[in-house]
Design a protein around this ligand. Structure first.
Ligand code: ZN
Length: 169
């Protein structure tokens, strides 16, 4: 048995090209750019809409409303009850500052012909119509000077439980 030794003299010149694929460490740092979402102090929405509900339980669902000075304010009043406006009427009346709420409400009782808003009253800053169950109404006005104003329903006997503060900041 001849052993054939085959010598593979392979002279291989491997020119290993320098594969300097310098992996650029592309550390695209996804920095969370802290976008300031907080509105600047001077940024005030030009308009604001407030929804307020009143039902047969003779109550508003808001005791306090806050707006910014100069805003155009829209108040949407919804009567969520079922009773007629002659028995359970609701409106939304904001009084000027300095007006006595109880005295005004008492005076308003006599103004049935004008839906309990005393005629040419200088005490009223803004008011809606008087509505009954299932109805809605609204009033739009410019927010007055900064301060706290009273709001109420002027239907006889309602102001005791239907009143709150309208605050202009
Ligand atoms: Zn009412």
């Amino acid at each position: 048995m001849k052993k054939i030794i085959i010598l593979f003299s392979a002279i291989a010149l491997f020119a290993t090209a320098c594969n300097n694929t310098a992996e650029e460490e592309s550390t695209t740092a996804t920095e969370e750019t802290a976008t300031d979402t907080a509105p600047a102090d001077e940024e005030v929405a030009a308009e604001i809409t407030i929804d307020i509900n009143g039902g047969d339980d003779m109550k508003y669902d808001l005791a306090e409303i806050k707006v910014k000075e100069g805003q155009k304010v829209t108040i949407n009043l919804h009567h969520t009850g079922k009773m007629d406006k002659t028995a359970m009427g609701h409106n939304f009346v904001i009084l000027n500052q300095g007006v006595d709420l109880t005295a005004f409400a008492t005076e308003a009782i006599n103004a049935k012909d004008s839906d309990y808003i005393p005629a040419d009253s200088k005490e009223v800053l803004a008011h809606t119509d008087l509505i009954g169950g299932g109805e809605s109404t609204s009033v739009t006005f410019d927010a007055p000077a900064k301060g706290t104003y009273d709001f109420l329903c002027t239907f006889p006997g309602h102001y005791g439980t239907m009143q709150g503060k309208f605050i202009v900041e």
